[in-house]
Design a protein around this ligand. Structure first.
Ligand code: GLA
Length: 378
């Protein structure tokens, strides 16, 4: 059964007829990792995997929510002290609260949802969930909030109700996604451009290590704090725009760890711009080279990789894959790989076999289909 039908029929079974259906996708990111909260560039696109929700206002001041994949329900009010116990419900509760803070008169509703974004793969299942509800509540309760602000609702939900001080990339990509297009977003000015992405002769494929990351709390927030300390030392709001010369000038005043974090971010900013140039020329080999550089920067300087992902990037290189790197926040999840069509079958077979031999299970393989963002389903 298609996800939409599954969600609709579960909703009907639990709450009756009359639901409206909404969906939002997860995302990939070609390059520009851990740059968003540094005011830099990112290069994401929405994917064909996401969250589908059925929603109907219920005329009360309570939300009754059902997570189909977990077979769990939650019921909560809409005041700050009503935060539910279930962690999945924090996302929905947080979105309700953040919409209210922006003046939307959110009332009670019934809802059921399901998703097919692999959890912990670095494809932003949580942003898909937030965007789905932000988009839906905006329509159902006449919110009149623009799409950027809907993305910020999701981001504030992460900050204020889920403990992750994330940037704006994931929620932006989920809300603004467009079929066949990547988006280059300047996270300082919030200007963005759609880039049709159809690399002739290449495939874009994700290999999921199935190692789960835990962004909540420390490791992600620590990286961000390092960047903010260095930016402050340089007298800037963001690391964006800082040069290696400037960084080297304060090297003695900051920890070695902060130095390496900042070095990665400064390099990554350059790489995103290089990739944009290369894409305009159809030069996918340069795109791929920069992806490898990002991988090893994230691994050695930013220290958000793990042995499984380093292994996958190494196998990719051995197989002649043009580009491969860890994708998303890190600490597990996927590599994103740009591979020539003629090398594809061998790469997948080799990566599966070698990975299984070393880690006892195969990586999962996801073909990337770049798709539309948040929407109401008819
Ligand atoms: C997570 C965050 C994003 C971004 C990426 C790393 O996905 O939610 O804001 O910082 O990590 O690029």
């Amino acid at each position: 059964m298609e996800m939409k039908e599954k969600v609709a029929s579960k909703f009907e079974e639990l709450f009756g007829a009359g639901a409206i259906m909404y969906a939002s996708p997860g995302r990939i990111n070609l390059i520009g990792e851990h740059t968003d909260y540094n005011g830099g560039f990112v290069f994401p696109g929405a994917v064909d995997k996401g969250i589908v929700a059925a929603i109907r206002p219920n005329g009360t001041d309570k939300v009754r929510a059902f997570a189909i994949d977990l077979d769990q329900s939650a019921e909560f009010g809409l005041n700050e002290e009503d935060k539910p116990a279930q962690s999945w419900a924090h996302y929905i509760f947080g979105v309700c609260r953040e919409m209210q803070k922006r003046g939307v008169k959110v009332k009670g509703f019934d809802t059921a949802f399901s998703g097919d974004v692999p959890l912990g793969a670095g494809m932003s299942s949580s942003a898909a969930l937030e965007s789905t509800y932000a988009f839906a509540l905006n329509e159902l309760f006449d919110g009149n909030i623009d799409k950027f602000e809907l993305a910020r609702v999701g981001q504030s939900t992460e900050h204020n109700y889920c403990g992750v001080n994330c940037g704006i990339m994931d929620q932006f990509a989920s809300v603004f996604g467009k079929k066949g297009c990547l988006m280059r977003l300047d996270c300082r000015s919030m200007e963005f451009e759609y880039f049709p992405f159809d690399p002739k002769g290449y495939k874009l494929v994700l290999l999921d290590s199935v190692v789960k990351h835990e962004l909540v709390g420390s490791p992600y927030n620590d990286r961000r704090a390092s960047c903010e300390r260095v930016a402050k030392m340089l007298g800037q709001e963001f690391l964006r725009g800082a040069t290696m010369e400037q960084l080297d000038a304060v090297k003695d005043k900051i920890s070695d760890e902060d130095y390496r974090r900042a070095r990665y971010v400064i390099g990554e900013e350059r790489r995103v711009l290089d990739v944009c140039d290369a894409l305009q020329k159809g030069d996918y080999e340069t795109v791929g080279k920069r992806m490898y550089e990002t991988h090893w920067g994230m691994s050695k300087d930013y220290e958000v990789s793990c042995i499984e992902l380093d292994f996958l990037a190494t196998v990719a290189e051995e197989c002649g894959v043009s580009g491969s790197r860890i994708m998303g926040g890190g600490f597990g999840g996927c590599t994103i790989n740009l591979v020539k069509e003629e090398l594809y079958d061998n790469f997948i077979a080799t990566a599966k076999a070698k990975f299984a031999e070393k880690f006892g299970h195969e990586p999962k393989v996801y073909q990337v289909v770049i798709s539309d963002g948040s929407r109401r389903l008819e």
